[in-house]
Design a protein around this ligand. Structure first.
Ligand SMILES: O=P(O)(O)OC[C@H]1O[C@H](OP(=O)(O)OP(=O)(O)O)[C@H](O)[C@@H]1O
Ligand SMILES: [Mg+2]
Length: 179
């Protein structure tokens, strides 16, 4: 698995340090409130697990599974809901937890959907932001790292369902996805 990585872009230690900072900021943002923290599966599951441990206000959690990449490195443009929320978002302060914003299509779809369900507020925390990939205008309120234009894997990010369990984020060797 490690042999398929061209370069480690962000180390495990750097990721964990940044998550502690994000946790502190979010704890201030939501002081006195109990946000509903939504994990966008599958990619965000590791980030969600590490992030909620460093948030000091009470939170409720729910999970949604959406997919638009499948076994490719390009968004299909069609966001497929594989699992919806169990909880009503009506009147709730919603914090969406994403691993990466690339084209922005997944999040713009989710934000529209949650607005339609009358959330009181919707904010986004993403660990990685790849602004060069954007197809729609969209920015997260909280971003861990701005990353360059390359297909990344690790720390939840997959290529064809593999590499999610790497503890760091790396650039996949192009020969892996062009072969
Ligand atoms: O900004 P975008 O171009 O929409 O890309 C970001 C989305 O793509 C990935 O999900 P994917 O569809 O690969 O599903 P997965 O989380 O199960 O891997 C990632 O986890 C984000 O949810
Ligand atoms: Mg994926």
């Amino acid at each position: 698995m490690q042999n398929d990585i061209q370069e480690i872009l962000i180390s495990e230690e750097e990721i964990q340090q940044r998550i502690r900072e994000l946790g502190a900021q979010l704890s201030e943002e939501y002081a006195g409130r109990t946000p509903l923290v939504i994990c966008v599966l599958k990619g965000a599951f590791i980030f969600m697990a590490d992030l909620v441990k460093v948030i000091t206000v009470p939170v409720e959690m729910d999970f949604m599974a959406v997919s638009s990449y499948g076994g490719t490195t390009k968004s299909s443009g069609i966001v497929k809901i594989i699992k919806d929320l169990d909880t009503s978002v009506e009147g709730r302060d919603v914090l969406i937890v994403e691993d990466i914003i690339d084209s922005g299509l997944t999040l713009s779809y989710l934000i529209d959907m949650l607005q339609g369900r009358n959330a009181a507020s919707i904010k986004v925390v993403t660990l990685f932001d790849k602004p060069s990939g954007r197809a729609v205008t969209l920015e997260a309120e909280y971003t861990g790292f701005v990353i360059p234009d390359a297909f990344l894997v690790g720390y939840g990010l997959d290529y064809a369902e593999l590499y999610r369990n790497l503890p760091y984020v790396g650039v996949l060797k192009p020969e892996i996805y062009t072969k």
